[in-house]
Design a protein around this ligand. Structure first.
Ligand code: GCU
Length: 847
């Protein structure tokens, strides 16, 4: 009976949802009425000024009680208010406010932003060290209630690190265009439009609410590739409006600065950071900003990197550049996050220089500046030495700065990790870095303890997460990707938090209590990063995406010879970057001796970083006993197979999740399964071609169920040599003869009568909406449109390549031997209805 009731309850839950509330849905919990004894009679918020986080906490508690328990609870601002002494209450405020109001409590001493929570029956006291802490405590209490964790408890919680920021890479755009987001896959900017700040900041406030609940305390709202137009008077007014909507949530606003603004906006003939006029200009701008936003968090600066101007132009050091801003914000208590992502792509030459290595840049630029930064500067370091790859060692810069504040930069938006079209739950990856022990001076030196300031006694430090949410109601473009945003906040508060626990809290809050939903999402998410690594780049070779365009689909050849210094040095015999001290780029020597020694030798380097540190033959044997090349082949087959499973796993949740979110996720998982095969075949074909070494299992370049489009009888379709060649099966696709014409591809099927899954691989370019139809034996099986550029959100490609390659599958199609299979493609725009191949698969087989 209980089970039946629970089941009916879950059914009742499945009303359509669009994701806007993220994990803050306050959905009714099972048997809510039974818990009414735990709901207080009133909420006491000890500060009722509208912009105070304590006031926000009161309103949020009210909303939570209504949603979770369907109970309206009144808000008061006095402990013993008009409701009399006797009623139970939840009190929220700062420790000080509570004492001033006559409250007595034995609260342990709290750190900045910390809180104390005391739950006893229907009474609760939520006391923050500051107002923000009180709001965090309220969210913690609500999160427990929303997960049905209704029990007495008393505890204090303090942040591991003071800096827990979000970076948005939002552009202002001009000329009537919406604010775009660099490496954003969830729509347009929620802050900017047509060169200015959007009039309606509702989404910005909703974002602040989500972020406050995970204890993020500041958001840098504009792209690190900044623009001086941000600092016009009109825009400064607009920025003040953003700060106003953030404030009630305890979130401070930060800004990315364009280093050459004094010249380009200020009309000076220089932007030399030591020039008096430049200094005065920045101080003036800073004063103007703080006049409008007295609690501004500070600045974020990307200088002398990827075309951004910086102090090196004037032979000034990066520290001199950083300190210019530090001095301007110092009187206001502001902070300058100065990015360590500095490298000079122009001097990198792979062919001429075996020792050239972009990975060396951060320590080379910043190591010697240790101790030269002002106290309110934090050097913001990407987790790995290159750029958010699927596997990287921890950046050695963390172990080279002892008298400098540092923060780790994590990327929530999945730039190199499937752009929210592939599920990749990131905390397990982040934990490989945060938990890494640098062994500075032979002492425990976890990266998390370095950035928190504990290891080297620094007052400032922490976390910067590049989120890039957009106007899409799912925020990031995908419902499942939101677990990464949630987890970022949880880890920034407590880096020892368990990846599974975080995920399960998020799942309950996002999708409810059904144990099958919880189990399935846990399994799928925890498997997702290893799987993605398997079918993209293995053994530390990097993700192997197209580094020249979009960073999305496969293109291993682009990982060499490029000016960005992201190289694999693959040739016909061997692969990997030799980063040893004795023979390579000497990068390994940037780590403290114990770690350096480990990475110096292939025997002591973990397999998953082998090709990061060593250049070895494809026949090199790993610790596992396999050769490098066979490992590539096997991992790609295994990874792609796991991605197929995700579809089945998700389908098992049909009816247990509201239709809207169920379908949205399903669509993407089906897409991912198809694109995982594109990855598998591209990478395997590429390295087979390069090395000439066949797959022991005979799978690579051997696809018995496949019929290449170019081998079919074509009418109006012409063969087309695809580049990169490995993005198409057999290196060739077919395209319509002109942009407006129709093509047909036909083949007689020679298979025993029966049911088959028919998979069609085609290319959906972002420059048209072609239409295709498939028929068998004169019966139409299905039609589809090339509209994924409007649906998926990954970096668009106008080419027939690894980004645009995708698959559609029609399951259980009845086929008779001799039936004619016919595909008709109708070109649209500049998209010539490209087709790659058809697989006629016995049911259960995928290839
Ligand atoms: C990557 C990313 C860029 C970004 C840069 C950065 O290279 O592709 O879009 O600007 O990192 O972090 O500054």
């Amino acid at each position: 009976m209980f089970k039946l009731l629970l089941f009916l309850f879950f059914l009742g839950l499945v009303a359509a949802e669009n994701g806007l509330d993220g994990w803050l849905r306050y959905a009714p919990i099972p048997f809510a009425h039974k818990h009414h004894g735990h709901i207080p009679d009133k909420i006491v918020a000890l500060n009722s000024t509208e912009s105070s986080p304590v006031n926000t906490a009161g309103l949020e508690l009210q909303k939570g009680f209504k949603g979770i328990f369907d109970k309206r609870v009144k808000i008061d601002d006095r402990i013993h208010g008009r409701h009399g002494k006797g009623g139970s209450s939840v009190i929220v405020g700062t420790v000080e406010q509570y004492a001033n109001a006559g409250g007595k409590a034995d609260v342990p001493s709290l750190g900045n932003d910390g809180f104390w929570l005391d739950i006893c029956g229907s009474t609760a006291r939520i006391l923050g060290q500051n107002e923000r802490g009180a709001l965090y405590g309220a969210f913690e209490y609500l999160s427990r209630l929303a997960q049905g964790k209704i029990s007495d408890d008393t505890f204090a919680s303090n942040p591991d690190a003071p800096i827990r920021w979000i970076n948005q890479w939002d552009n202002l755009n001009e000329g009537g265009t919406h604010g775009s987001i660099e490496r954003g896959y969830g729509g347009y900017s929620i802050f900017f439009d047509n060169g200015t700040i959007v009039p309606d900041l509702t989404r910005a406030a909703q974002y602040a609410r989500l972020l406050a609940s995970i204890r993020v305390n500041a958001v840098v709202v504009n792209n690190v590739n900044a623009n001086y137009t941000l600092l016009t008077e009109e825009n400064m007014d607009g920025l003040a409006r953003i700060a106003d909507v953030f404030r009630p949530w305890g979130i401070q606003m930060g800004l990315s600065l364009y280093f050459a603004s004094p010249e380009e906006l200020g009309g000076l003939d220089t932007f030399d950071p030591l020039d008096e006029r430049v200094i005065a200009w920045w101080h003036d701008i800073t004063d103007k900003l703080y006049k409008r936003v007295p609690d501004m968090a500070g600045y974020l600066v990307k200088a002398n990197s990827e075309g951004q101007p910086g102090p090196l132009t004037y032979n000034r050091t990066l520290a001199e550049g950083a300190n210019l801003f530090a001095k301007a914000v110092q009187p206001y208590g502001g902070v300058v996050m100065f990015r360590a992502f500095v490298y000079d792509s122009k001097t990198l030459n792979q062919t001429l220089d075996w020792r050239a290595d972009r990975a060396n840049a951060a320590v080379e630029y910043f190591g010697e500046l240790d101790g030269k930064f002002d106290d309110n500067v934090v050097v913001q370091i990407k987790y790995g030495p290159i750029d958010f790859q699927v596997r990287e060692p921890a950046s050695p810069l963390f172990a080279n700065l002892f008298e400098t504040n540092t923060a780790i930069e994590l990327q929530i938006t999945q730039e190199y990790l499937g752009q929210q079209c592939h599920v990749v739950y990131l905390p397990p990856l982040w934990r490989t870095i945060l938990d890494f022990d640098m062994r500075v001076d032979q002492k425990p030196s976890l990266v998390s303890d370095i950035v928190s300031g504990k290891r080297f006694n620094r007052k400032l430090g922490g976390y910067a997460g590049v989120a890039n949410v957009g106007t899409n109601t799912t925020w990031l473009g995908s419902h499942l990707a939101m677990s990464n945003l949630y987890a970022y906040g949880r880890l920034a508060w407590d880096p020892s938090s368990d990846s599974v626990e975080i995920l399960q809290d998020w799942t309950r809050l996002t999708f409810g209590f059904d144990p099958k939903v919880l189990h399935t999402i846990t399994k799928l998410s925890m498997d997702s990063w290893p799987t993605y690594e398997k079918y993209t780049g293995n053994l530390g070779i990097q993700t192997l995406t197209d580094i020249l365009l979009g960073h999305y689909g496969p293109n291993p050849a682009s990982q060499d010879g490029n000016p960005w210094g992201q190289w694999t040095r693959a040739d016909s015999d061997s692969i990997g970057m030799d980063r040893t001290v004795w023979n390579g780029t000497r990068f390994a020597g940037q780590y403290p001796s114990e770690v350096a020694e480990l990475y110096e030798h292939p025997e002591t380097t973990p397999d998953d970083l082998l090709l990061w540190f060593h250049h070895v033959p494809y026949t090199h044997r790993l610790h596992s006993g396999k050769t490098v090349i066979q490992h590539f082949y096997d991992e790609h087959y295994d990874g792609a197979a796991r991605a197929q499973d995700y579809v089945h796993m998700w389908k098992s949740l049909r009816g247990r999740i509201d239709k809207e979110r169920y379908e949205h996720v399903l669509h993407r998982l089906i897409y991912q399964a198809g694109h995982a095969l594109v990855w598998r075949d591209s990478i395997n074909t590429f390295y087979f071609n390069k090395s000439g070494i066949p797959d022991d299992a005979g799978r690579v370049a051997n696809h018995p169920y496949r019929i290449e489009a170019e081998d079919m009888i074509l009418g109006g379709y012409l063969p087309y040599a695809v580049s990169p060649f490995e993005a198409a099966s057999g290196a060739t696709a077919v395209v319509t003869a002109s942009n407006s014409s129709t093509g047909t591809a036909e083949v007689e099927l020679k298979v025993p009568d029966g049911k088959y899954d028919l998979a069609v691989n085609y290319f959906d370019l972002a420059i048209g909406r072609s239409e295709w139809s498939l028929s068998v034996g004169g019966r139409e099986v299905g039609r589809w449109e090339g509209d994924s550029e409007y649906v998926l959100g990954h970096a668009p490609s106008p080419y027939i390549d690894g980004h645009s390659a995708m698959r559609i599958t029609f399951e259980n199609v009845w086929v008779r031997n001799g039936d004619k299979l016919r595909i008709v493609g109708q070109a649209d725009g500049e998209e010539p209805a490209p087709l790659d191949y058809v697989s006629v698969l016995p049911v259960g087989v995928v290839d």
